[in-house]
Design a protein around this ligand. Structure first.
Ligand code: NI
Length: 155
């Protein structure tokens, strides 16, 4: 078995908060990540496919094909977007790296034409990343369409 990885990059904004929590609790848990207008990350996405190299090509999966799938299914939809508001497949999901990785797996799993999806590794920064191997996880959905629990700014 050989493990083949394609690395991609995207930049996006998000805000971490749970609309069922009072403001103080969101501040305590999510701290700066709860900033009402969001904040940004330069994400790095590593998608690993495992398989046996094809005897005639030597490829587990043609990395150009994997690149194109990642580009059309993921990167084009999240790059330079606000993950709370702009991305259909993330709607209602608290956009932590953990949850984003699970959603990306669910999108990609059935679209890999050779080998099998092995892992999704998502870096939010050089120091912080998550890795997901496809164990079933249910992600709760919330109404994140407004920021009514955010701190009111007097005008
Ligand atoms: Ni963040």
């Amino acid at each position: 078995m050989v493990y083949v990885t394609r690395k991609s990059h995207f930049s996006a904004a998000h805000r971490l908060y749970n609309p069922t929590f009072p403001h103080d609790k969101n501040e305590a848990i999510f701290d700066k990540c709860n900033n009402a207008n969001g904040h940004g990350h330069n994400y790095t996405l590593e998608v690993t496919v495992r398989g046996v190299p094809d005897p005639e090509t030597g490829y587990v999966i043609d990395l150009k094909i994997l690149r194109d799938i990642l580009e059309s299914e993921i990167i084009e939809k999240v790059d330079h977007k606000h993950l709370n508001y702009d991305v259909d497949f993330l709607r209602g999901i608290i956009p932590t790296a953990e949850n984003i990785a699970i959603v990306f797996w669910n999108i990609l799993e059935s679209k890999i034409p050779a080998g099998e999806l092995h892992s999704i590794k998502l870096f939010e920064s050089d120091s912080n990343f998550v890795e997901y191997f496809g164990e079933p996880v249910r992600i709760p959905k919330y109404d994140l369409s407004n920021s009514s629990n955010s701190k009111e700014i007097p005008v």
